[in-house]
Design a protein around this ligand. Structure first.
Ligand code: PXG
Length: 466
């Protein structure tokens, strides 16, 4: 059957086909099939259009990835050129391609510190699986093969392969498809607004960082390979650690000679106002995992950047590392990533986020939504922000998760031309980095309207606010 190639095919037919044959990620298929999927047909800049002709402002840059915005012909042209010249060749067996090598060189220059060695994969999850295997391999080669344990945090998101799921700290994911990988431990997250119980941000930063030291001592310092964390937690609801957290985490990693890995799949490529979140939060990682913004989502590609010390040991003493993917360093994806990086640089997109649009979004959100009865707290940096929805704002009481208030709000956004994502009872925003101030105004107008509609829905359900 070739129905989707016929021009006149109707949305309802697509929905019916979709329900019959398509299993969507992170989706209750039965619930979806009862109403049918929304069909996104085209996009330009920060806007999407669905098959009913609705224009939607994309407050999430797809899934935190379309940093450069939609519709950049240069990326399509770069892909076409590369496809015509060399659509595929691998980087195994003593071979490379021009785009893969050039991109490695470019990333070595863009990443902070001495992260000068780049391993390519295709998704954030694969990058994280690469991190898991590579840090363990490093310790094998370095003569301490007993250092196996990776430590990460509750409510962290590191992907959904078995490695990514195990390393991530999403309880609901751990309950499905187990058992999880062994030798992975989790510590508490630095979620000040939700979990500090009266501590100041500074005190809480230390409490959460100390949890790392306690865990290291509990499992034995000589058994720990690495600590992995997102500079700012993304899918966990955009949680910005309080001041002092990363400095203390870093100190503890150094004290016990534990590798520090920054998972920059969301924070990388300008999201926080610098090329990497590690620069914004003053982290000096031994490795960085990256994906999404590397190609602005135009094609799948990810990478792990590795520091000199680790790379030197692996290269000089490790021999062959039995790890890699058919599409590691795919030439078309690499060519598109190179073009994306060229535009981000030449159009000074990241400077604009740091100096103009980032501060503007953060200030406008606080000024215009901060006093809303539903909004307990707003946090964020650059062009990423999260807000906690509170039932009783004055008394700092969040909603019972059974009420699914985030989903209620998300659905109002959906119906009113705004994509704003719900992570539990937190609403998050992560628009394309090319968003203008006028578009930020529009985004916030719509968010405000949808928060009001959420209050009305809650009242209709008999839920009392504060
Ligand atoms: N690490 C981090 C920090 C991520 O945010 C991954 C790894 C995995 O990347 P891949 O490319 O394998 O998906 C991610 C991905 C959401 C959402 O709903 C977030 C992600 C992916 C899908 C949905 O917020 N982040």
């Amino acid at each position: 059957m070739n129905a989707i190639n016929q021009e006149a095919v109707h949305s309802e037919e697509i929905r019916a086909l979709d329900a019959q044959h398509h299993l969507h990620p992170f989706t209750d298929t039965q619930a979806l099939n009862s109403k049918g999927a929304r069909i996104i047909e085209r996009a330009e800049g920060v806007y999407l259009w669905d098959s009913e002709g609705n224009k939607i402002i994309d407050g999430m840059a797809g899934l935190w990835c379309v940093n450069i915005g939609y519709g950049r012909k240069e990326l399509a042209e770069a892909a076409q050129r590369q496809m015509n010249e060399l659509p595929y060749y691998n980087t195994f067996f003593q071979t490379t391609t021009n785009p893969a090598t050039q991109l490695a060189n470019e990333l070595a220059a863009l990443t902070p510190g001495d992260l000068n060695h780049i391993f390519f994969a295709n998704s954030g999850s694969e990058a994280i699986d690469t991190v898991i295997r590579m840090v363990r391999r490093y310790w094998e080669v370095a003569g301490k093969p007993w250092r196996k344990i990776l430590i990460s945090r509750e409510n962290a998101y590191h992907g959904s392969t078995i490695g990514g799921t195990s390393l991530g700290g999403m309880g609901a994911m751990h309950k499905q498809g187990g058992p999880m990988l062994p030798a992975i431990e989790h510590i508490r997250q630095p979620y000040w607004y939700g979990e500090a119980e009266g501590q100041s941000p500074e005190e809480f930063a230390l409490t959460c960082a100390k949890a790392l030291e306690e865990k290291i001592l509990e499992v034995g310092p000589d058994n720990v390979a690495a600590f992995v964390g997102e500079p700012i937690q993304g899918a966990g609801g955009v949680i910005v650690p309080p001041e002092g957290y990363w400095a203390e985490i870093q100190k503890i990693c150094r004290k016990y000679d534990i590798l520090l890995v920054a998972d920059e799949v969301i924070c990388g490529f300008g999201r926080t106002g610098n090329w990497f979140g590690s620069q914004t939060l003053d982290i000096k990682p031994d490795m960085i995992s990256m994906a999404k913004g590397l190609s602005s989502g135009y094609l799948p590609i990810s990478a792990v950047a590795v520091g000199d010390r680790i790379a030197k040991t692996l290269i000089e003493k490790g021999g062959e590392f039995y790890h890699g993917f058919t599409y590691s360093g795919h030439p078309v994806a690499a060519a598109v990533a190179l073009e994306n990086l060229r535009i981000l640089k030449e159009e000074k997109v990241i400077e604009q986020v740091r100096e103009e649009t980032g501060p503007y979004l953060q200030q406008q959100l606080r000024e215009r939504l901060g006093n809303h009865p539903l909004v307990g707290h707003i946090e964020g940096m650059g062009l990423v922000a999260g807000m906690a929805l509170a039932q009783d704002k004055a008394n700092h009481k969040l909603f019972d998760s059974d009420l699914d208030v985030g989903t209620i709000c998300r659905n109002h956004c959906f119906a009113n031309g705004l994509i704003m994502r719900a992570c539990g009872n937190r609403m998050v925003l992560s628009p394309p980095l090319v968003i203008s101030k006028a578009e930020i105004d529009e985004l916030i107008d719509k968010a405000l309207k949808c928060l009001d509609l959420t209050v009305r829905s809650l009242e209709e359900q008999g839920v009392q606010l504060g």
